[in-house]
Design a protein around this ligand. Sequence first.
Ligand SMILES: [Zn+2]
Length: 276
Amino acid sequence: MSGRQPVPVLMYHDVDSDTAGGDPFTIPESELADHLDALVGAGWRTEKITALADKPATEGTVYLTFDDGLTSFARLVMPLLSQRQLSATLFVPTGHIGESAHWHRREAGSPEVMGWAQLRALDPDIVEVGSHGHSHRALDVMSGQRSSEEAVLSRRLLEEGLGRAVTSFAYPYGYHSRAVRAEAKQAGYRVACTVGYAFHQAGSDPFQVRRLRVGPGLSGPGVLRLLAEGQRNRGTMIAVRAARPAWRLLRRSRQGRGGIGSPRSQRELEHARRKW
Ligand SMILES: [Zn+2]
């Protein structure tokens, strides 16, 4: 495949058997099954995300990614993938392993991030485990030292905890900058995903892999349309706004202090290690 060919990378978060709450990051298990059946029926193949760095993307290949390492992945997603011989990539925020994913605020309570035992039990033939940072905070508004530590330590924790190489990263909330991309590369990752609400382009920067967001209400044929047409409406403005310096400044002031270098995060790191 030559450059500039669109490469579809889909971004999922949570899956549930009951989605009455209307959460925009959760899709019903039955919808995911419909998506996967539609992909298989239309002849799409899946690859894990690091394959993008290893070889040129092949036409007809879709990359499925799941952010936040939520327990629904082990319970509901793995069986669906396994039954259809499909593969995916899971991005885990290491500071929250075995704990609540508090950034998903729901009436029924936040979902849980998988524990180490669940992560270790994932079949590496089916799923690639990548890092989603340590604290799940936006990296582009941290000091360089802190954002670099997030990339380095989360990789080290996952590699030590899983006993496997970890080569992919997903920027929390999709936020990155030139400096953050360089830090991800320096930390040893080979691929890093953002959001972008667009196709990735074959041959473009593997540290800015753009993804198409999948939310609830999308049918099997809807996923095939998404792969054919891209994401034209919702999300574009959010992506544009996120890139603006003023918006970054506002987020920086909101985020306040903290991060991996702070005493609190050092405690979190020790805490994560104890759970191995
Ligand atoms: Zn996330």
